[in-house]
Design a binder for this molecule. Sequence first.
Ligand code: SF4
Length: 405
Amino acid sequence: MSVPATWSSTEIVGEIAGAVVGGDLTDAEARLLDGPGSYPVADLCAAAARLRDRGKGKIVTFSPKVFIPLTHLCRDFCGYCTFRQNPQAAPRLYMSPEEVLAVAQAGQRLGCTEALFTLGERPEQRYPEARQWLAHRGYGSTLEYLTAMCQLVLEETTLLPHANPGTMSRRELAALQPFNPSMGLMLESVSPRLYQAGGPHEFAPSKRPRVRLRTIELAGELGIPFTTGILIGIGETRRERIEALLAIRRLHRTYGHVQEVIIQNFRAKPDTPMGAAPDAAGEDLLWTVAVARLLLGPEVNLQVPPNLSAQDYPAYLSAGINDWGGISPLTIDYVNPEAPWPGLAELEERTRSKGFELRPRLPVYPEFFLGSGNRLPDALKTRVAAQADRDGYVKGGMERYAGRN
Ligand code: SF4
């Protein structure tokens, strides 16, 4: 794909969309999207939206969920994080099984279908308090305890766990697999500069791109439907974002397991090393979303969290997304506690105003468990199917949430 400087916007949009649909947008061509005199954002968005329509039609999804922050302890220190806590400051080291179950059961009563387990990375490697808490209950690691809690939720409620605990080994992924229809790990970035001195990942060994890519690869080898994505605005360049998206594309082309890609925008938080850094700009997010759609193609599920762009989130529909991610009627976004999720009535109305139909989905996308696309073990497939309608979305649709906000 090469575009003469004299071409009109319409010609550019047609050329980009044609190249992507034809499957011939090479890595080198993808890098041209950030080349000298790069394409106008509006043109990229138009081409991306056209691709999304081709692959996904006019259905936009969200996952009704509860957020279960199993532990805020973490061995790492990222420059933008307010989720992590030291043992001395944490109100509790880990949520107890009773607390986990209480949140899941409350979510079930509200019609939720996903139990999102997000937690700090291997705190037992840094804190003796964490090791002792786990050992006292018969667990050798946080991931062992997480596995037991996923099993508990799966057995005692109708919710489906989605574990998002950081980097994982093959053995740890395999242990979680029977209880998780999908799992996730944000790649965040492949920029080596971010973990050098002064970078946001200098003191976060789990954020090395190599180890994160390895976890995503292992999930692929095990056939686990997997969520990943990038975090933008933490010091990476646009070219580095393209490289991160290409790395995700390479893994997905090999294993076919990347069920969704999240484009998350950085938001500065007080009392963090990056507290004075500017938030990722809306135009920059639009550019990144559109480029992600163009690189990843019409079939990928592409998500922007609406609570991180509260005023103008519908704009991202025009850049090619087809999913809003997890929305909770019960629990806050513990990673971005200052950013409330929109109410479902508002989300549905604003999605409809752009010409789309909002549908609730399960934590695993339909194409990863229906028909020949099924990747789930039999027992888990049965549990998922019990919650799904004919098309693989949440049984009962939006009616299930009528009158709830
Ligand atoms: S972002 Fe995740 S890995 Fe980094 S400090 Fe926070 S909890 Fe730990």
